[in-house]
Design a binder for this molecule. Structure first.
Ligand code: NAD
Length: 276
């Protein structure tokens, strides 16, 4: 169990990834992203989730350098965007991300979406980057069971992470079970459903019991479900609040009650009907 911001989960290839991190989707490049990443690291976060698509890798990289925390103590994730999929393009996209971040390696590189007809070629490039030591772990995002089965059927290196939309309204039970069986760690994107489920009575009720906020209850539920979580905030007091979840524990009954809120409701695209 993750007991603090620096606690890690050991991925299938032996790499240790913090169970909790900061997401920076839609965070403006420049001062906004620099300040939020620096605030997060100052308050103990060690994992940052960006993507070429977020267009803020330059600011993320600058923030990393300015914090003074040794590079090896941080865990940096980026992703290859849909337009860059295919073998050669992925290799190039990776180099562009590294340059923008001004880093020598990434900790985790993900295929952002399973682009039909291309994601297997893309994966070959991910394997090459991994074998060349440019990235410590490779994984996928928005892959459903069918995509994973297809990829696992002929890959040299298995994905160690699947980052998917996951929150109490979308618990992805079948996918989670499949990932557990394959030792693919699930990571939650939009863990707070982009702030759209804080008024859910069961969550409010549990939050009151522990004198915590609904956001804190949801993030704690992620960790107790062994799901890595990367909530986004650009506001320092929320960055602190979101990580202040290590002084209480949900009961099994409360975990089940929150999981029971599932209604397979997405804020984003369904990977099954996704067409890049
Ligand atoms: P989220 O569920 O983390 O919600 C973030 C929003 O919730 C904030 O913008 C803010 O409005 C609100 N919020 C945050 N903390 C709060 C608090 N304590 N109290 C009240 N409101 C609060 O949404 P997200 O940014 O979509 O997801 C998190 C991260 O996941 C992203 O930043 C990104 O890194 C990643 N992501 C990945 C994909 C993918 O396709 N792989 C897609 C979306 C997001």
């Amino acid at each position: 169990m993750i007991n603090n911001l620096q606690d890690t989960i050991t991925l299938d290839n032996g790499v240790k990834m913090p169970g909790f991190g900061l997401g920076v989707y839609k965070v403006e490049d420049g001062n906004v992203v620099i300040n939020s990443v620096k605030a997060a690291i100052k308050h103990g976060y060690r994992s940052i989730d960006t993507a070429s698509f977020y267009d803020n890798e330059i600011g993320v990289g600058q923030a990393i350098r300015e914090t003074g925390v040794p590079r090896e103590d941080l865990f940096i994730t980026s992703k290859v965007w849909n337009d860059d999929q295919g073998y050669e393009r992925t290799l190039k996209a990776f180099e562009t991300s590294l340059e923008k971040l001004n880093l020598e390696y990434l900790d985790l590189y993900l295929i952002h979406w399973p682009v039909k007809g291309l994601y297997k070629e893309t994966w070959k490039a991910m394997e090459k980057l991994y074998e060349d030591g440019k990235v410590r772990a490779i994984g996928v995002s928005n892959f459903h069971v069918q995509h994973l089965e297809d990829l696992l059927s002929d890959c040299k290196v298995k994905p160690v992470i699947n980052q998917v939309e996951y929150h109490p309204h979308l618990t992805q039970t079948e996918l989670h079970e499949f990932c557990k069986k394959e030792n693919i760690q699930l990571e939650a994107w939009s863990p707070l459903k982009k702030g759209r489920m804080f008024d859910e009575p069961a969550i409010v009720d549990i939050a009151e019991k522990y004198d915590k906020s609904p956001a804190q209850v949801i993030l704690r539920w992620d960790l107790q479900n062994h799901v890595i979580t990367i909530p986004k905030s650009v506001t320092e007091h929320r960055i602190i609040e979101n990580a202040d979840i290590f002084d209480f524990s949900l009961t099994e009954e409360e975990i089940d009650r929150i999981s029971g809120l599932n209604k397979n409701e997405r804020t984003g695209t369904n990977p099954d009907s996704f067409d890049a």
